[in-house]
Write a protein that binds this ligand. Structure first.
Ligand SMILES: [Fe+2]
Length: 184
């Protein structure tokens, strides 16, 4: 079966996590572990047909720039199904998720895109699986890694949350887009 734009986006995202993991010390790191789990899940991913959905905040996808990953997101747009986050009450006006598990069987790995409108907040939450975020576009302040404060990330940074870490992100004055993976 030919690789679709969404498959190319996921492959490019995994490659970018691997690239940024190589920049992070120490090595091998939790990021390598996440990239490995992601690569393995992609290797056996099968397509799940679902009706495509969208929410108002996706208008901000026009403002995510023209990096290789942003272009891959644009090309994969027809295959993405956006929904309001179950952790917010805005109905998708400021925050949305495109759960990749809705369109690909990834086994025990959870993957998706998170989109925030400028100045929007993804609420503090925690969950049993560990998690890596790959920031794709936009800046903001992240609470992560068991810390209580919010920090601005360095360029090419990845975000790691241990199981149970309370985490959150607040977008700056641009839309914020990130890919997340959670794995056991
Ligand atoms: Fe999370």
């Amino acid at each position: 079966m030919a690789e679709s734009p969404l498959d190319r986006l996921l492959d490019l995202s995994c490659t970018e996590i691997e690239r940024r993991a190589a920049l992070a010390a120490p090595s091998p790191s939790v990021f390598d572990s996440g990239a490995s789990a992601f690569r393995s899940a992609l290797g056996s991913a099968t397509t799940v047909p679902v009706p495509k959905r969208t929410v108002p905040v996706t208008q901000h996808l026009a403002g995510i720039g023209a990096s290789a990953l942003a272009l891959a997101v644009h090309e994969a747009a027809p295959e993405l199904s956006w929904v309001a986050s179950p952790r917010t009450t805005d109905g998708g006006s400021d925050v949305a998720l495109a759960p990749i598990n809705d369109v690909r069987d990834l086994g025990s790995l959870t993957c998706g895109l998170m989109l925030l409108a400028p100045n929007a907040v993804y609420p503090e939450h925690s969950h049993p699986p560990q998690e890596v975020y790959l920031p794709i576009a936009g800046g903001g302040s992240w609470r992560y890694g068991g810390q209580a404060n919010f920090r601005v990330l360095a360029n090419d940074a990845l975000v790691y949350n241990n199981p149970g870490d309370v985490h959150s992100v607040v977008a700056d004055d641009e839309p914020l887009l990130a890919l997340y993976i959670l794995w056991p």
